[in-house]
Design a protein around this ligand. Structure first.
Ligand code: ZN
Length: 243
């Protein structure tokens, strides 16, 4: 059977968005999942999202929020609002889900596809890749045609050929022979590209096809959960803006 893979990440405990994405992936007859990390943080349903992702039984890499929320490290250097969410998430997470998050690797190789949350050159430093120049070091470590990542919450594809890196805007993209692609799958639970809809990718390796999907979900429900949990208001507000 040809692989049809849903690649999703930066879920950030947004159950309303995750349920819509998983339903869409199944309706698209996806037969495999890959998760680029940050299952928790920012939104109000960390355990529920861990459960759904764990049930997929798929490869999952560790994101920075997964890391902060699952390890009892000092939050001194954090912005106070970020620290508040991490502290809240630590209190919510079941010990089993925290142990699962701690067990996640920084990078994964999934039958010829590389996966990382941030960058391939220094995955544990959580560098951000917004521009082509920032994607360059990862290509030295990219052994496969496609590598999926997240972290910025901005969907974009970096294309490498003959030593230069270009950017492709999200849409339906054909992967060409002899080129490498460092693909940011966008964010399920807190998009930041100005479009509040949940974002993920479907990748069909045998067809060399990558398709970005954007989905409406119940933003008001996710916002209500944030406010009920007593999490910072701006986390609810930004969901509606997609910033
Ligand atoms: Zn994130």
């Amino acid at each position: 059977m040809d692989r049809k893979i849903a690649v999703l990440g930066d879920i950030h405990a947004n159950l309303d968005a995750l349920e819509v994405v998983l339903a869409d992936a199944r309706a698209q007859n996806v037969n495999e999942f890959i998760c680029t990390g940050d299952v928790v943080g920012y939104n109000a349903c960390p355990n529920e999202c861990c459960k759904l992702v764990r049930e997929l039984g798929c490869a999952v890499v560790q994101g920075n929020h997964d890391h902060y929320c699952a390890f009892e490290e000092s939050l001194e250097d954090f912005h106070h609002l970020a620290a508040a969410v991490v502290a809240w998430t630590r209190r919510q997470l079941s010990s089993d889900n925290a142990a699962w998050l701690r067990s996640l690797p920084y990078t994964a190789m999934v039958k010829g596809i590389q996966v990382v949350h941030s960058t391939l050159d220094m995955p544990e430093h959580w560098g951000y890749v917004f521009e082509s120049v920032e994607a360059e070091p990862s290509f030295s470590y990219q052994k496969t045609q496609a590598c999926f990542h997240g972290h910025t919450h901005v969907p974009v594809v970096f294309e490498h050929q003959f030593g230069t890196v270009g950017r492709l805007e999200p849409g339906t993209i054909e992967l060409r022979l002899g080129r490498k692609y460092f693909v940011n799958v966008g964010s399920v639970g807190q998009p930041r590209d100005g479009d509040p809809r949940a974002c993920y990718c479907i990748y069909e390796p045998s067809k060399h096809l990558l398709e970005y999907r954007r989905l409406e979900y119940d933003v008001a429900a996710a916002q209500a959960r944030i406010r009920e949990a007593g999490l910072p208001d701006h986390l609810a507000d930004r969901l509606a803006r997609g910033r």
